[in-house]
Design a protein around this ligand. Structure first.
Ligand SMILES: NC(=O)C1=CN([C@@H]2O[C@H](COP(=O)(O)OP(=O)(O)OC[C@H]3O[C@@H](n4cnc5c(N)ncnc54)[C@H](O)[C@@H]3O)[C@@H](O)[C@H]2O)C=CC1
Ligand SMILES: O=C1[C@@H](O)[C@H](O)[C@@H](O)[C@H](O)[C@H]1O
Length: 347
């Protein structure tokens, strides 16, 4: 069976996902696209795909079995709710939504539907290096994880379009999600420290140091730098009781010249995570073909949204801001996490 997919939002990542769904992966066909900029949808539409004027019309169409949302974060909620109302599996780029209330509405709709339909685009979980790092931590050979350092450095962001909230509600969400997943923990509090402001990026608040306090007591130390200039540099190192486990540097040709030994860095997320996005969609196509979703869920989207909200509050307050989650609905229960186990043990 070939999965018929409609894509909403044909900007940078929408076009990259259209490329992988048409040129790289099998078992899938793009039958529909839409964008508020209709001319962009028209030029991005693969041969044979219909260009719809609205997301609602695309989602309702019988040409579409499943949806891929690549519009801007604030537009995601309405598009997710429409897809759920039609009972169609939906892949939604991060951030799932941009407020706690919106995340609760999406989960409520999915829970009422009674089956998982939503997969959120936290592609790091599909990256082979992150998967190997998690396997080491889960094996327990290094003992309990105590600290995780996560460096998230973008070469540049578009001046004016990328606002001072976005390092926290658009970029940090990846670190929040990967930390919860790697450490099998939950974030219970967030602090933010603002170092000297980078002169690149005008009025943009950059960089940020964010401390995520986890239920187990582990602390995650995140550097978000969005105008680092030299490339897209993603690092991660977990300090455990009996050793350290770290992401390797990406393999690249070693150049020797008058400047010494060098290895190229990826330019941006498309290059660094190319295989991760491919794998994320491979797994999505299988689940969506069965009328459901696996991988990062609406619950994970909710958890990351709470961290972003707390981080934005922490910038204003300068103190540790608590993160309080609702009880996990049974739809999202996939075994007890380490954080939950420790909380119960300490109760
Ligand atoms: N997982 C990842 O690594 C990445 C995720 N993203 C996420 O993907 C989303 C899109 O990001 P980009 O492609 O970089 O942005 P972009 O600005 O290049 O593209 C967004 C597109 O969505 C369209 N759009 C916005 N609102 C719409 C609506 N209500 N209905 C239909 N179309 C609408 C815009 O006209 C634009 O063409 C964002 O949520 C972003 O955070 C982006 C880059 C990497
Ligand atoms: O999701 C992404 C972008 O939207 C975001 O702006 C970048 O900071 C991230 O590194 C990238 O993965």
């Amino acid at each position: 069976m070939v999965l018929k997919v409609g894509v909403i939002g044909t900007g940078m990542i929408g076009q990259d996902h259209i490329r992988r769904l048409t040129q790289v992966l099998s078992g899938v066909e793009i039958t529909a696209v839409t964008d508020i900029a209709l001319d962009r949808a028209q030029s991005a539409a693969p041969a044979g795909a219909e260009v719809f004027e609205t997301p609602e019309a695309l989602i309702a169409s019988d040409k579409v079995d499943a949806i891929v949302i690549c519009s801007w974060g604030p537009a995601h909620e309405e598009q997710l709710l429409t897809a759920i109302a039609h009972g169609k599996p939906v892949f939604c780029e991060k951030p799932m939504v941009t407020s706690e209330e919106a995340a609760l509405r999406v989960m409520k709709a999915e829970v009422a539907f009674g089956r998982r339909l939503v997969q959120v685009g936290f592609m790091r979980r599909f990256d082979a290096d992150y998967r190997r790092l998690k396997a080491v931590i889960d094996s327990g050979t290094l003992g309990a994880p105590l600290l995780y350092k996560s460096c998230h450095r973008n070469a540049s962001v578009p001046e004016g379009l990328y606002t001072s909230e976005m390092p926290l509600n658009d970029t940090l969400v990846h670190d929040a999600d990967i930390s919860r997943w790697l450490l099998s923990d939950e974030v219970v509090g967030v602090e933010v420290r603002l170092p000297r402001r980078s002169s690149k990026g005008g009025e943009l608040r950059d960089p940020h140091i964010v401390l995520l306090h986890c239920a187990s007591g582990a602390i995650v130390d995140v550097e978000i730098s969005v105008n680092i200039g030299y490339g897209y540099d993603i690092r991660g190192e977990v300090s455990c009781e009996a050793g350290i486990a770290a992401l390797p540097n990406r393999p690249a040709t070693v150049i020797s010249d008058a400047h010494g030994y060098r290895q190229a860095l990826p330019a941006d997320w498309r290059e660094r995570f190319i295989e991760a996005y491919d794998q994320e969609f491979r797994e999505w196509i299988v689940a969506a073909g069965e009328g459901t979703a696996t991988g990062p869920s609406a619950w994970d989207g909710y958890a990351a949204t709470l961290v972003a909200d707390a981080a934005l509050r922490a910038v204003e307050s300068g103190v540790l801001e608590p993160v309080t989650m609702i009880e996990k609905p049974a739809l999202y229960t996939d075994g007890i996490s380490l954080g939950q186990a420790l909380r119960e043990e300490n109760a």
